[in-house]
Structure formats: structure tokens, C-alpha cells
Design a protein around this ligand. Structure first.
Ligand SMILES: *Cc1c(COP(=O)(O)O)cnc(C)c1O
Length: 374
């Protein structure tokens, strides 16, 4: 055995079995590799309007103090979030993106001999944090393609996978990349039936975008369920993906455990300041959500006209079936200067996930897709 093989041998099997997460290609990389300019990225569910100008100003101001460590307890932001969710500040845990709080919950509860349950086609970070912690990923088959919520989470199948070794259940609502969602009654029934010692994570990264009347705000249930953890992010509707900031709402006991495991200064001062300001700019969120609704309508109408199958979505992205390997169309679009997301790694090899952009951006993407698929 050579040294590399020996090192690999010592890495634990869960990590060896992982494929690295493939992020959406950055614009600079596309322009460098393909020699194109004016590239359009609709690959990572970012806000096409950018952040609130108030958040931008707050971030600039915070730069003046960059020699200092951030507030490790996030006092101001936690208080604002506590107000927003009508909970106490000690129920909020800030993370370097909500991905970090997902990783923290895994680090606190998962290890070899335990398992986490989540759905097929669910967000890629769940297997990463589960397997990195040495735990087993128990993956529940999703709804069929002909279901009213195609490829969405099937909660009764998920419930059947829960056993004595289950420590965490991950549910994205809505889910990325499918854009499917779970209504109030179905989700709360599920939470009620799970033993209260098993942590249930409801990942609400796209919360702001969803306007369906039966769509639940799971933060309201935190008082009732000590095992519930609801995560939110500033990366999507708030337009702060580059600053890496998100949070969870739980009862104080879970927050205390997460707080023990986190790094002391996990959320930087620029992100804290920008997030605090972004929270107060309701107008910017409203505008972002309304542009997203227009874009979803525009895209689904175009798909119908072209007879392209798509997964109805309530988020700021939508998956469309391109009738052949999605990576081929992804490659062809790169040559047009457009970055989207193939989702073969999510078990949807013929689909592309398109982030909803502004009208002109959606038009450009649709034109290129029609040309390529013709
Ligand atoms: C984008 C996304 C997140 C957000 O991750 P951050 O670390 O907060 O940027 C979380 N969950 C899902 C399902 C997502 O799609």
C-alpha cells in the first residue's frame, strides 16, 4: 500500500463514500475558461436584485472595524431575530450560512452507529454532514413523477425508516432542487408522530418566497416541540450569499448544545451587520418575491408552450426535463455564457435546475435553451 492509499484507508468509510459538493460555476471561472463576457449565472438560487442597499451600507460601515473580532454571541442580530420570531435570543443560533448550523446539529447528534433520515432528491448538504459525522444516511424514496408533488418528500416512507438509532431527520421545505413543499397538516402530523428525542430539522431556506396559504412557518411550532430545529438563511431572498450567514430557531436546550460545538467567532462582523440591516428592509424582500413570482410564471408558461416537463416549484428555482442528459445542455449553455445547474447528482439526470432571474435574464436563458433543444 502506498502512502496515499494508507491515508485513504484511515479516513472513515462515510467520508470515503462521499463525492465533493459541486457548487454552481462562478461567473469568473466561466469567463476565464470559455472566453465569454457578459456571463449570466442562474445556478445557485441567488437573488437577481442583489442585497438591500441598506445591507450594503451597513456592511461598508462594518468594514471600518475589521481589525476586531466579531461579537461571538451576535447580540444585536440575535435580538432582532428573536423579535421577528417571537422567541428568546437564547433560542437563536447563528451560523456561517445555515449550512453551518446543519453541520453543527450533525456534530452534536450523529456518530458511528447512529443514522439520519432524509429524502431522495433532498438538499446535498444532508448526506455530507451525516456521512462526515460517521453516521448512516437512510434515504427515503421520494414521491413518484406522477404524484401531485412530483419527486417531493414522502413523509410516511420517511417515518418508516426511523429506528432506534435515528438521531436526526432532515426536511427541506420547500426542497432544493425539486421546489416541492409540504403543507401545514401533513408536516405537523409527522412531527407529532416522531419520538420527541429525535431532532427534526425543518430547513426553510426559501421561506420568504413561498406564498401558498397552507405553507407552514415551522418556527411557530418550536415552543411545542423541544426536538424541532428550524433553519433560515440570508443567502437567498436576502441576497447575502457571499457573506455566509444563516441561523436556527430551537428551544434553549438545543441552542445550548449547538453553542457548545460551534467555533467562538463563526459569523463575521460584516455579515452580522448586513443581516441586521437586511431584516429591516421589507420593501426589498417584497420586490424580490414579486419579481420571483413573475419569473416563475414566465418560465412555466414557456415550458408549457414548448411541451417541456417541469417540476412545479414554489421557490426561486425550477427544474425542467430536457429529455436527454442535463449535463449536455448545461455544457451547451456554458458556451452561450449561461450557467445553470445540472442535477444528475441529485438523482435527476435529465433535469436542469434554473434559478429564476429578472425578466430579461429569463428571456435570454429561454432563447438559448430553445435554440439548443431545437
Ligand atoms: C441554499 C440552501 C441553503 C442555504 O445555505 P447557506 O449555507 O445558508 O447559504 C440551505 N438549505 C437549502 C435547502 C438550500 O437550498
Amino acid at each position: 500500500m502506498n502512502t496515499s492509499e494508507a491515508i485513504l484507508e484511515f479516513a472513515h468509510p462515510g467520508v470515503r463514500a462521499l463525492q465533493p459538493y459541486e457548487p454552481g460555476k462562478p461567473i469568473s471561472e466561466l469567463e476565464r475558461e470559455y472566453g465569454v463576457s457578459n456571463a449570466l449565472k442562474l445556478a445557485s438560487n441567488e437573488n437577481p436584485l442583489g442585497p438591500s442597499p441598506m445591507a450594503f451600507d451597513a456592511a461598508k460601515k462594518a468594514l471600518h472595524e475589521m481589525q476586531r473580532y466579531p461579537d461571538g454571541n451576535g447580540f444585536a442580530l440575535k435580538n432582532a431575530l428573536a423579535n421577528r420570531h417571537d422567541v428568546l435570543p437564547d433560542q437563536i443560533t447563528l451560523g456561517n450560512g445555515s449550512n453551518e448550523v446543519l453541520e453543527l446539529i450533525a456534530r452534536v447528534f450523529l456518530s458511528s452507529g447512529t443514522n439520519a433520515v432524509f429524502s431522495e432528491h433532498a438538499f446535498a448538504v444532508y448526506p455530507i454532514v451525516t456521512q462526515t459525522a460517521g453516521a448512516e444516511a437512510r434515504i427515503a424514496p421520494a414521491n413518484s413523477s406522477s404524484h401531485s408533488m412530483p419527486y417531493g418528500h414522502n413523509l410516511s416512507v420517511m417515518r418508516e425508516l426511523v429506528d432506534a438509532n435515528t438521531r436526526v431527520i432532515f426536511i427541506a421545505n420547500p426542497n432544493n432542487p425539486t421546489g416541492t413543499w409540504l403543507p401545514v397538516s401533513e408536516l405537523e402530523d409527522f412531527i407529532r408522530e416522531i419520538p420527541s428525542s429525535i431532532v427534526i430539522v425543518i430547513d426553510e431556506a426559501y421561506f420568504e418566497y413561498v406564498t401558498e396559504s397552507e405553507y407552514p412557518d415551522a418556527t411557530r411550532w418550536v415552543e411545542k416541540y423541544p426536538n424541532l430545529m428550524v433553519t433560515r438563511t440570508f443567502s437567498k431572498a436576502f441576497g447575502l450569499a457571499g457573506l455566509r450567514i444563516g441561523y436556527s430557531v430551537t428551544q434553549p436546550l438545543l441552542a445550548d448544545l449547538l453553542n457548545r460545538a460551534r467555533q467562538p467567532f463563526n459569523v463575521n462582523s460584516i455579515a452580522q451587520a448586513a443581516a441586521l440591516a437586511a431584516l429591516n428592509d421589507h420593501g426589498h424582500i417584497e420586490k424580490s418575491v414579486s419579481i420571483n413570482h413573475e419569473g416563475l410564471k414566465q418560465l412555466s408558461k414557456a415550458f408549457q408552450e414548448e411541451d417541456w416537463v417541469y417540476i412545479p416549484s414554489v421557490a426561486n428555482f425550477i427544474c425542467v426535463d430536457v429529455g436527454r442528459p442535463g449535463v449536455d445542455i448545461y455544457e451547451a449553455l456554458l458556451h452561450e455564457g449561461i450557467i445553470v445547474r445540472p442535477v444528475g447528482n441529485y438523482g435527476l439526470p435529465n433535469y436542469l435546475r434554473l434559478t429564476v432571474g429578472r425578466k430579461d435574464e429569463n428571456d435570454r436563458m429561454l432563447q438559448s435553451m430553445k435554440k439548443i433543444l431545437a
